[in-house]
Ligand binder design. Structure first.
Ligand code: NAI
Length: 341
């Protein structure tokens, strides 16, 4: 039932720099966990994306239909609908092109992301089940922590349902990239928008590996101690926010910004734009860890190409060595949980 625009019209509207090969310019995006600290500003940003023509907001919180009504008064094209409670979940997910998942509890001071596992694992399991039944071709972008374990859970659920496509399940690590670019922008005294910095591994503590040696422009830090300190700041940036919010939750606004950027890139890939590159935590055979984050090309079917992580210097190799056992542990926790379901 989608109104399709012919390629020529789409190309003309987007100017010569558009390399779109797909005729589709309109997508349904679902936010699951839409009433939360991340969900609401994420929905606000997605409502402003011209590629989103249908925005479905799902949450168990009673305020959700109200959030949808609120956003529906914005004069942008996306039609916003709200869905509340598990009985309305299938209708929310039906025919989705992209399902962004920030549903679940966030950290409080003193907690690690792994402390969230027990609550969040079943939330992600149930959402993945519903995606398998109602939109098996949708791209799932998982924000819920611990991301390192949630992506394996969603993957196992899709396998069980017989609809698994590893190219369509992404763990959202964009905030790590955004933070690294922001900090480097400050250090170098340049606009952070112009900084390109791959962050690889996973999304918690030592598994977050910023490849500062590959930063463009080069990071203006002369000695190794300063490189170490910046690396640790990027790894612990989430905790910096948790502490500053003093019990009021974790990063929400910067995460919404990062999530909207990733979802926007997924949509640009779906519509056939070329050279859409983002870091994401995906099924991988690059290292011993069966899931791993690094730059990928996004295309019409999700992940089109794994770009790998290039050459690491000695310090980054050490970081990778420290990350692998933690990643393996996190992944096993997720897989074991899904297999018990
Ligand atoms: P929040 O508590 O403000 O919002 C979570 C929302 O999820 C609430 O509205 C809640 O009603 C909803 N929810 C709970 N169970 C649900 C279910 N079964 N189905 C649908 N919705 C459900 O939390 P916040 O701050 O928005 O964080 C959400 C998640 O994102 C947390 O797990 C947090 O750790 C994670 N996060 C991930 C980041 C990343 O870089 N990947 C960065 C920051 C947070």
């Amino acid at each position: 039932s989608r109104a399709l625009k012919p390629v020529a019209v789409a190309a003309a509207q987007n100017g010569a720099k558009n390399f779109s090969t797909s005729s589709q310019m309109n997508y349904k995006v679902v936010v699951a966990g839409a009433a939360g600290g991340i969900g609401q500003p994420l929905a606000l940003l997605l409502k402003q994306n011209p590629l989103v023509t249908r925005l479905a907001l799902y949450d168990i919180a009673p305020v959700t239909p109200g959030v949808a009504v609120d956003l529906s008064h914005m004069d942008t094209p996306a039609k916003v609908t709200g869905y509340k409670g598990p009985e309305e979940l299938p209708a929310a997910i039906k025919d989705a092109d992209v399902v962004v998942i920030p549903a679940g509890v966030p950290r409080k001071p003193g907690m690690t992301r792994d402390d969230l596992f027990n609550t969040n694992a079943s939330i992600v399991r149930d959402l993945a089940c519903c995606v398998a039944q109602n939109a098996p071709k949708a791209i799932m972008a998982i924000i819920t922590n611990p991301v390192n374990s949630m992506v394996p859970i969603a993957s196992e659920i899709m396998k069980k349902a017989g609809v698994y496509d590893p190219a369509r399940i992404l763990g959202v690590t964009t905030l790590d990239v955004v933070r690294a670019a922001a900090f480097i922008g400050d250090i170098n005294g340049v606009d952070p928008c112009c900084v390109t910095i791959p962050v690889i591994g996973g999304h918690s503590g030592v598994t977050i590996i910023p490849l500062l040696s590959q930063s463009q422009p080069a990071v203006k830090l002369s000695d190794q101690e300063k490189i170490k300190a910046l690396t640790q700041r990027i790894q612990e940036a989430g905790t910096e926010v948790v502490k500053a919010k003093a019990g009021g939750g974790s990063a929400t606004l910067s995460m919404a910004y990062a999530g909207a950027r990733l979802a926007g890139s997924v949509l640009r890939g779906l519509k056939g734009e070329s050279n859409v590159v983002e870091c994401a935590y995906i099924k991988s055979d690059l290292t011993e860890a069966p899931y791993f984050a690094n730059p990928v090309v996004l295309g019409p079917n999700g992940v089109a190409k794994n770009l790998g992580y290039g050459t690491l210097n000695a310090y980054e190799q050490e970081l990778l060595k420290a990350a692998i056992p933690e990643l393996l542990k996190n992944i096993k926790t997720g897989v074991d949980f899904a297999n018990k379901c």
